[in-house]
Design a binder for this molecule. Structure first.
Ligand code: PEP
Length: 257
């Protein structure tokens, strides 16, 4: 059985002090919960706070940190960029790659997303690869085609062994930050399709162990229903991860499923 994952993408929110408080509240909120039922919990603060949040969480099997992005270059004269080695040295274990905000606002291409995925894997960081269709693409019934293309351009030709740390986050762009979430049926349909695509390209064993998260306006009210779907292995949470009690409720929704 795949272990559930609940990841909070804090985006460009909260200062150092607020990040530490939020991380500590979440850590403390997890303490009384049965360890064997906890999902893997991941917190993704902005770069300057990754080390402090990692330190606040301490060495803990159930909760860890992620960067929200990384450079596609390993080191050198790239002013303003942050490398995977730098990220790893903060204690982070994951990197979110190809978030729709990075694709649309920072014009990230499929090529740069693939490069980022590669440097992450080489640095033994687990990439959380975000994929998902825009509203008009779903209206035109091109959502499967779009998602398949995103999968193939990021992971085509990479072996299952190389991709062993991969996590997928299906995030329909029309659901991100809009308050409109995919219905459980829509999430399940797409996530089964994603798993099936990986089964064809990387084999059954790989596809059956691959964690596929849902992201897009997930909140304490809809998390349980979404996470109960067969191919939904947890969530990537934006807005609702900024409040400890909401995020803890979402984590609890991932338990015992
Ligand atoms: C996200 O940005 O990854 C996300 C899922 O945001 P929200 O939960 O706010 O829709």
């Amino acid at each position: 059985m795949r272990k559930k994952i609940v990841a909070g993408n804090w985006k460009m929110n909260k200062n150092l002090h607020e990040c530490i408080l939020l991380a500590d509240d979440i850590r403390a909120g997890l303490e009384p919960l049965p360890k064997n039922q906890l999902p893997t919990v991941i917190l993704a603060p902005a770069f300057p706070f990754l080390y402090a949040v990692s330190q606040t969480l301490g060495v803990n099997q159930s909760i860890t940190t992620s960067a929200q992005n990384c450079s596609s270059e390993k080191s050198g004269a790239y002013t303003g960029e942050v490398s995977v080695d730098m990220i790893r040295s903060t204690g982070a274990k994951y990197v979110i790659i190809g978030h729709s905000e990075r694709r649309s606002l920072f014009l990230e291409t499929e090529d740069s997303i693939r490069k980022k995925l590669m440097v992450c894997l080489e640095a033994e960081l687990a990439p959380i690869l975000c994929i998902g269709e825009k509203s008009e693409e779903r209206k035109e019934a091109r959502h499967f085609e779009v998602v398949k293309k995103q999968i193939d351009s990021a992971t085509g030709n990479l072996s299952p062994e190389i991709l062993s740390k991969l996590v997928i986050a299906y995030e329909p762009v029309w659901a991100i930050g809009t308050g409109v979430h995919a219905s459980p049926a829509q999430a399940q349909e797409m996530q089964a399709f994603i798993r099936q695509s990986f089964a064809q390209s990387k084999g059954m064993e790989f596809s059956q162990t691959l964690p596929i998260l849902y992201g897009g306006s997930c909140n304490p009210g809809n998390a349980k229903e979404l996470f109960s779907c067969k191919d939904v292995d947890g969530g990537l949470i934006g807005g609702a991860s900024l409040n400890a009690s909401d995020f803890l409720s979402i984590i609890k929704a991932a338990m015992d499923l």
